[in-house]
Design a protein around this ligand. Sequence first.
Ligand code: APR
Ligand code: MG
Ligand code: MG
Length: 194
Amino acid sequence: MASGQFTREEALLCQGCRHGCHVMLYADTKSRLWGRTPIRHIILMQMRYDGLLGFPGGLVDPKKETLEEGLSRELLEEVGVALPIYEEDHVVANYAPASCSKSLLMAHFYVKKLEEEQIREVERAAASTAADHGQEVLGMVRVPIHTMRTGAGLSYFLSHTFIGNARSQLVHTLLRLNMVTPEELHKALTHSLK
Ligand code: APR
Ligand code: MG
Ligand code: MG
């Protein structure tokens, strides 16, 4: 893997690290904005207690549970649904600044595709039965991936402030999964820098 990026196994070798696991949950959709602009993908992020945007997930102690068990536990707390997470959903791990402690944080990033109805169920549960709703998690948000001439859409979304590596995790995944073309992303990034 590229320097600064670790596989799941490489990352677990860091004994002195704290480990954090977060996941991008997404689904394909045929729905359209105003019946016109295809939305294409529903991608979930969350507004955190600290006012930053991030992905659902949290701290995991690999001595007590696997990374994936820990991430499923965090999902149950934060979005109210017990979604199974598998090793093959792991995409990459990076060092990240840890707001919660002085020790180094290894940030594991997962991506999991759901059906559209499952995403809606996550949104409903996150806003009702999830234990962390209104406390650690203020609400789920969908990521707009279109960019309009004015910059509305993805470019404005990327102008917000994100926790840790969440912004680059989002941007890389949009490209890697062909959710946006390099040209669309370039347009969005150009607007968001203004
Ligand atoms: N990329 C990199 N680091 C991240 C990301 C991300 N996408 N998302 C969060 N982090 C960092 C946070 O800065 C935090 O230090 O990972 C750590 C754990 O993530 P949280 O989701 O905040 O952890 P969680 O277990 O859900 O919350 C428990 O964490 O922020 C503290 O004190 C706070 O009690 C809270 C505790
Ligand atoms: Mg949590
Ligand atoms: Mg969390």
